[in-house]
Write a protein that binds this ligand. Structure first.
Ligand SMILES: Cc1cc2nc3c(=O)[nH]c(=O)nc-3n(C[C@H](O)[C@H](O)[C@H](O)COP(=O)(O)OP(=O)(O)OC[C@H]3O[C@@H](n4cnc5c(N)ncnc54)[C@H](O)[C@@H]3O)c2cc1C
Length: 464
């Protein structure tokens, strides 16, 4: 008999469980199905570099079909679960539904950006979690430089050249560092904007940044960024956003047209539909083997599960943890069907790196800290070992190497994937490349449109 194993989510956690199951289970012993809403795995640690243009956006995603050889990839979402019948409901992008039976179910739908009811946030801020966010932010940044260079209005220039990031986790801090570094280099092509100067602000509610890593390394990163003139405000929250301002809890009203919301993540709300026990933060309750409490044959890992951390508490939501949890889950499923011994997650992790721009990073391995090019190069070597798929590794190396002798690419290609209406009217105000007015991702508008567009196009080639 062949066992049915269904995996929900094809991120670091789910895709790696499938890859390990392909290795540990004999070919005829199991039918593997992975359901994901897109056909690629987004390598998020390199998303800030895609936003800064050091890496081509397509090179930070790996097509799942390239790395999965005998797993049946199904595009869509799982939006229902019948525990008695042991089946889940797959809803395809075409709206069709199908019941998929399982003997073992792996829940790995990851996390989503945490949203707080800050006035003006959804209308005027952008997140940083998807490829669409990264592409939008890069184009928006270049557009602010273009507009600041063109205007003689000092107040408008101040708004355009001030960038506020909210949330000092990995996503926020690395995105800010990469984009500030990109903008500082790009400024040489914008003399009027350069004369005015830029302001970059990081607002963090807690009294430290980078809660995912060791305090010493986090302090190291803060020193580095403050040395670059970045204003890091800890113990501070965002109170309100408008099209032209960000008001923070100190009472300061910061004139800006760019607010990037990276205030952490919460487990994917779709977990509620599975009827499994969740902790107070909405994570699936699992033991050290990643078996879900009181639910035989159901497993959970990655950002969506509260996996006991061998260092105490629950594992932080990082890719590092998700990829190391995956082989343990695969081994435990194999053991449950009579192959091999069960395992317990015991990864303690003694190496961390934080990217701070082109050829800039800080890192720590054991007790040794590193900074500058050396840390950047060590982090690249680590990512090389982790990026799934040989062709993706090669493409990333080519991008890094090719960017060495050249200055930053400042082409603003906000029209990518946004074809204009096929009508001569769209050219009546001049130009030939731009979509019609109002269809461009400009400062403070149209962010939701860019995201919806990217989500509608699951093929990674949409950014080509
Ligand atoms: C900008 C950024 C930078 C980061 N940098 C680092 C870093 O440097 N180092 C590090 O260790 N971590 C980093 N992280 C964190 C890391 O990305 C996450 O911890 C990791 O992605 C978690 O993996 P996962 O598989 O649990 O979830 P995800 O990678 O989020 O994958 C979950 C997948 O499931 C899909 N899905 C959701 N619901 C359903 C459903 N109902 N049905 C089917 N599919 C579904 C989602 O669309 C997604 O494809 C970063 C995160 C961000 C956003």
């Amino acid at each position: 008999m062949a066992w049915n194993i269904v995996i929900v989510g094809g991120g670091f956690a789910g895709a790696n469980v499938a890859r390990h199951l392909e290795k540990v289970l004999p070919r005829q012993s199991a039918r593997l199905t992975l359901v994901n809403d897109v056909n690629f795995l987004l390598y998020t640690p390199l998303l800030p570099e895609a936003a800064a243009g050091t890496l081509e956006p397509r090179h930070v995603v790996t097509p799942l079909r390239e790395i999965l050889h005998r797993t049946n990839l199904r595009l869509g979402v799982v939006d229902d679960h019948d525990r008695e019948a042991r089946e889940v409901t797959l809803r395809s992008h075409m709206g069709q539904t199908e019941q998929i039976p399982y003997d073992h179910l792996v829940l790995a739908p990851g996390s989503i950006s945490r949203f707080l009811p800050v006035p003006g946030l959804s209308e005027h801020a952008v997140g940083f979690k998807s490829l669409a966010d990264a592409i939008f932010l890069r184009n928006h940044l270049i557009e602010t430089l273009e507009m600041a260079n063109a205007t003689d209005d000092a107040e408008l220039r101040e708004e355009l050249l001030t960038y506020v990031f909210v949330g000092g986790g990995y996503a926020g801090l690395e995105a800010l560092a990469e984009l500030q570094d990109f903008a500082a280099d790009a400024m040489r092509d914008y003399p009027k904007a350069r004369l005015h100067g830029m302001r970059w602000v990081l607002v963090e509610a807690a009294d430290r940044v980078l809660p995912e890593i060791d305090q010493e390394l986090a302090d190291y990163a803060v020193d580095e960024l403050r040395g670059r003139g970045i204003d890091i405000k800890m113990g501070t929250t965002l109170n309100e956003v408008t099209e032209t301002t960000a008001t923070i809890s100190t009472g300061e009203v910061i004139p800006t047209r760019t607010v990037v919301w990276t205030a952490g993540v919460v487990p994917n709300p779709s977990l509620a539909t599975f009827g499994v026990p969740l902790d107070e933060r909405g994570r699936v309750k699992v033991d050290g083997s990643m078996a879900v409490e009181d639910n035989q044959g159901i497993w959970s890992l990655g950002d969506s599960a509260a996996v006991p951390n061998p260092k105490g508490g629950a594992c932080p939501p990082t890719a590092q943890h998700a990829v190391r949890q995956a082989p343990v889950v695969a081994a435990n499923i194999a053991a449950a069907i009579g192959l091999g011994e069960p395992k317990t997650f015991d990864y303690k992790g003694n190496a961390s790196f934080v990217n701070l721009g082109r050829y800039k990073a800080v890192g720590k391995i054991g007790d040794r800290t590193f900074r500058g090019f050396k840390a950047w190069w060590m982090a690249r070597s680590y990512h090389m070992s982790q990026i799934p798929g040989a062709s993706r590794k090669a493409r990333a190396v080519i991008d890094w190497t090719a960017s060495l002798p050249f200055s930053r690419d400042i082409s603003e290609v906000g029209s990518i994937g946004r074809p204009g209406v096929l009508s001569p009217d769209r050219y009546k105000h001049g130009g030939s490349h731009r979509p019609v007015e109002g269809d461009l991702p400009a400062a403070g508008r149209d962010r939701a449109g860019a995201e919806a567009e990217a989500e509608e196009r699951p093929d990674p080639d949409f950014v080509d």
